[in-house]
Structures are given as structure tokens and as C-alpha cells.
Design a protein around this ligand. Structure first.
Ligand code: MSP
Length: 514
């Protein structure tokens, strides 16, 4: 039986236009999920929408529609965006789905019954955007410490979750599971800013918010949207509902991928809830950095967003180019600037010039010199061929190492070293000169075969990052499934010596700046 791998993105607030920053979490999760599948894992890849709470209620009101209508439209829009970006999630949760509501109600009642939730009065400062309540001390110059917006006074009869009770068990857990949070700097930040200063109980219900899941034992209260949202990770596996039946097999989650501003909810509150439910904790929370526009987080409220479908239309590029940019440019865990110039440079240099040209030239030469079919000839044992062959064969374990650390930037760098070496191999072997002399034809066939092998290996490696491009190359080089299984990227001479190719269109046209 295949090993299981369960990976999640945060569930998205359907509160406006989705932008390239949002897409990063999901594209990164997709590359990891595809890589794990290629390695033979049985993967559940979950994403979804976080549809309750005051923010959504306000948005719907602004548009003059019922909240349910509003979220239905927005959920359909985000599903289209994920399709456009070729996201291969096999589960999609909506927090308004019946089975999810059933789980949330059950858990909230269970926590109340075992004394982890109690009634009190809460006063503090509330940030509507983040749906989070802060103490005066937690504010940053009187503003929300997460998003910098204004906060409002909040005082209501509420239910509280005894987070303070889990301070010690959490500290113990972090100590015994040093890999639980990544990257390390983010883990230290969590410990220093939140855990070490002491955890306070948190308010987990609202009387004044109507658009939410009501507590069964006190229907005047709706459940705090973060408690509702975090439970999506187990409701989708069928925990305390009948819709799915995968909890035993897939929990605990292997990887919760989140942006750094919501690390706190995932690394502190979520584990505490799971402890209160006596459930195992996730294996890893990875907090990635932000995509920045002019030094600021790309976000709708700042009016600096880039919509991926718009940018593809503007530059005539496909979604693989966007995926490549995000996965190559952003070092996992760090912030990264976005500009049109950076995007254009990446695409032109790596995709149009290097990868696109390599495939185009190789296929065109097989087509031109051998009418599309190589003669039976494969030699890769001289001083020019061997370095290329050895370089290709050295990459699989390195790429696996980086991908097992979820470091797509380093993995892609390794892959593009093959592309670079193969282009240089063309320059060194000068196939066009070999073609001029009949007796050099066997050598020419070997050279082109070696290039085809290098491209085959690149195709296997890039498939998790650029699935459509991998498919297009596979078509041109006639790479049927058996030639593109992951394991075959660690072998040479896999393709038949009499390989036939099919000339196709250019993979990545250069973007000409106007
Ligand atoms: N609904 C909550 C998550 C609940 S999970 C139980 C939420 N939603 S969100 O729509 O605001 O954000 C979704 C993801 O997009 C988060 O991981 C967030 O960090 C990411 N990003 C939003 N803007 C971003 C950038 N500018 N750059 C990178 N990622 C950012 O939070």
C-alpha cells in the first residue's frame, strides 16, 4: 500500500479579488503535492474557502446580496482561478458545507462539555479584517499587529477557550518536535513573541456576528471564525461527520502550508484545540513569506494587487510561466519582491531562452537531419558526453532532497543546471557542423540522442512545477508514460535509440517589452 501524504493550504477568505500573493501558497502546495504523487504517495491535497464571519457578512451587505449567495459566487470564482493555475487539489472544503458545520458544532460542544470552553465577558480590540481580538499591549501603535488597520472596541458576553491551560503541554511539544515549525526563524519568532510571554485564554464566540455557525448549547452565539476555519482540516477527512471516511488513514496532516501572518493560529491555537480533543498534532507547519509590491505586502486593501489571469493576458503567457516565477523567485520562508520587470526577465531568460530554445533546437535538428526519426545510435562515453550524462544522473537525489524540504527554488536551480549544460553541449558539439559530413552522421545521431535524454530527464523533474509544459515537451519528444516516471529520471539511455519526434510550437515566446 502506498504511503499517505496529506497537505493543506489555508482556506481562502472569499472577500475580494484574488491576487498573485494568494496564489503563491496554493501553487507551492500544488508543486509539493504533484511531486509527492510522482514519488508514489497517495496524496490528499486540500484547499477551500473560509466563508463565515463579520467580514464576509459586511461584503455581502455592501453588494446587496444574501451572504450565502455572495459566498457561492466567490467560491465558484476561486475554483476557476485554481483551474486556470492547474491546481491539482482533490478536496475542496467550504465552511458553509453541511458536513463541515456538523463537525464544528460537534467539536465546540465537546470542548464545552470537557471544560475547555467556558462563558465570560470579553473586552479588547477587534480587527475586522483579521477577525482577531487583541489586548492593548498586543497592538502596534494602536493598530492591528497583523495587518496594521484600525481596531475597534469589543465588549461582549463570550465563550472562551482555555488556551492558557495548554501553555506547558505546547512548550513541551515544541521542545520534543523541533521540526514542527519551519523555517527556524519563524519558529523562534512564534516562541519569543507569543509563547514565552504567556498564553491567555481566547474568545471563541460572538453574539453580534450572525453569519456563522451557532453553538448548539447556546444558539445566541456564533462560533469564532478561526475555530470554525481551522477545523476544516479534519472535517474534510470525515472527523465527526459522515461525508468522508479518511481520518484514520490521513490524520495527522503531513504539512499545513500557511503565510507567515497566520502561522500563530496554526502553530499555537490549532495544536491546543487538537490537544483538547485528544488528537495527534500535525507533523509540520511551514510559514512562507509574502509577495511584496514596492516593499509592501501585496493585498487588496493596499490597492497593489496583480491578478494572475490579467497578467497572463497582458503578456500572452500561460499559467506555467506564473507558476515558475513564484516557485523559482521566492525562497521558501522569505519575502520576495514582485515587479513586471522581474517577471519578464525570469520568463525570457529561463523559459524562452534556455528551456524553450533547448527543446526547440533539439527537436528541430532531429527533424531536419534525420526526418524526425533518429537512427539506432547512442553513445555517451566520450569526454564531451560524459559530463552531461553524469550531471543529469547526479540531480535526482539533490532535487529529492530539496523537495523533501519543500524548497522549490533550490530544486528548480538544480533542474535548470541541466538545461544550461545541455545548451552548452549543443554549442560544444556543433551538430550543424557534424551534419555537413556524411561520415559524422552516427556521431550526430548520438549527440541528438543525448540531448533528447537530457530533455527527458528535465521533463520528469519539471512536471510538478510546470505540468502543462512537461506535457507539451512529452508530446514533441514522444515521451510516453514509461519514459517519464520519476524513477527513470535517475537513469540514462531510457529512450529507444530510434526515437521519433514531432515538431511543435515554441514553448515560451519571448515577452517583448513595449
Ligand atoms: N482564511 C484565512 C485562513 C484560514 S486557514 C484555517 C486566511 N485567508 S486569506 O485569504 O487571507 O489568505 C490565504 C493565504 O494567502 C494565506 O496563506 C496568506 O498568507 C496568503 N497570502 C495573502 N497575501 C499574500 C501575499 N501578498 N504574499 C504571499 N501570500 C499571501 O488567511
Amino acid at each position: 500500500m502506498a504511503d499517505k501524504f496529506y497537505i493543506t493550504t489555508p482556506i481562502y477568505y472569499p472577500s475580494g479579488k484574488f491576487h498573485l500573493g494568494h496564489c503563491y501558497t496554493t501553487v507551492l502546495a500544488d508543486a509539493i503535492a504533484r511531486y509527492k504523487r510522482a514519488r508514489g504517495f497517495d496524496v490528499i491535497f486540500l484547499t477551500g474557502t473560509d466563508e463565515h464571519g463579520q467580514k464576509i457578512e459586511a461584503k455581502a451587505k455592501e453588494q446587496g446580496v444574501e451572504p450565502q449567495r455572495y459566498v457561492d459566487t466567490m467560491a465558484a470564482d476561486i475554483k476557476q482561478l485554481w483551474e486556470f493555475l492547474n491546481i491539482s487539489n482533490n478536496r475542496f472544503v467550504r465552511t458553509t458545507d453541511d458536513y463541515h458545520v456538523e463537525t464544528v458544532k460537534h467539536v465546540f460542544s465537546a470542548l464545552f462539555e470537557n471544560g475547555d470552553i467556558y462563558k465570560g465577558t470579553y473586552s479588547g480590540k477587534y480587527c475586522q479584517q483579521c477577525e482577531a481580538i487583541f489586548t492593548e499591549q498586543q497592538l502596534n501603535n494602536g493598530k492591528c499587529p497583523d495587518c496594521g488597520r484600525d481596531v475597534e472596541d469589543f465588549c461582549e458576553e463570550s465563550y472562551f477557550f482555555k488556551l492558557s491551560k495548554y501553555q506547558k503541554p505546547l512548550q513541551e511539544f515544541y521542545k520534543t518536535h523541533p521540526d514542527f515549525m519551519a523555517p527556524e526563524a519563524r519558529a523562534n519568532e512564534m516562541l519569543k513573541n507569543f509563547i514565552d510571554v504567556g498564553l491567555s485564554d481566547i474568545c471563541v464566540s460572538r453574539k453580534s456576528v450572525k453569519w456563522g455557525i451557532t453553538a448548539d448549547f447556546d444558539p445566541e452565539h456564533t462560533i469564532y471564525v478561526w475555530i470554525d476555519a481551522l477545523l476544516n482540516y479534519i472535517s474534510i477527512l470525515g472527523y465527526k461527520n459522515q461525508k468522508y471516511n479518511d481520518f484514520e488513514e490521513f490524520w495527522p496532516c503531513d504539512l499545513h502550508l500557511v503565510g507567515k501572518e497566520i502561522m500563530r493560529f496554526h502553530a499555537i491555537i490549532w495544536p491546543a484545540i487538537l490537544m483538547a480533543l485528544d488528537l495527534p498534532l500535525p507533523k509540520k507547519i511551514l510559514g512562507h513569506g509574502w509577495l511584496l509590491m514596492n516593499g509592501d505586502k501585496m493585498s487588496k486593501s493596499k490597492g497593489n494587487v496583480v491578478e494572475p489571469r490579467d497578467i497572463c493576458a497582458t503578456y500572452g503567457i500561460d499559467s506555467d510561466a506564473i507558476r515558475y516565477f513564484l516557485l523559482r523567485e521566492i525562497a521558501v520562508g522569505s519575502d520576495c519582491k514582485f515587479s513586471d520587470e522581474l517577471l519578464i526577465n525570469r520568463i525570457n531568460a529561463d523559459l524562452a531562452n534556455d528551456l524553450g530554445n533547448l527543446v526547440f533546437r533539439t527537436v528541430a535538428m532531429i527533424d531536419k537531419y534525420f526526418l524526425g526519426s533518429l537512427p539506432q545510435q547512442k553513445q555517451a562515453d566520450n569526454e564531451v558526453d560524459l559530463p552531461l550524462k553524469n550531471l543529469c544522473l547526479s540531480k535526482k537525489s539533490k532535487i529529492e532532497h530539496y523537495m523533501d524540504e519543500f524548497d522549490t527554488q533550490k530544486a528548480l536551480k538544480e533542474i535548470f543546471e541541466i538545461v544550461d549544460a545541455a545548451n552548452k553541449y549543443i554549442d560544444t558539439t556543433t551538430p550543424w557542423a557534424l551534419a555537413k559530413i556524411e561520415k559524422n552522421k552516427p556521431r550526430l545521431a548520438s549527440v541528438l540522442y543525448n540531448l533528447a535524454e537530457a530533455i527527458r530527464i528535465v521533463t520528469v523533474f519539471i512536471a510538478p512545477f510546470m505540468p502543462t509544459t512537461a506535457q507539451k515537451i512529452a508530446q514533441q519528444l514522444n515521451l510516453t508514460k514509461e519514459f517519464t516516471v520519476w524513477e527513470s529520471a535517475g537513469e540514462w539511455s531510457v529512450l529507444p535509440a530510434d526515437l521519433s519526434v514531432l515538431k511543435g510550437t515554441i514553448l515560451f515566446p519571448r515577452i517583448e517589452e513595449s
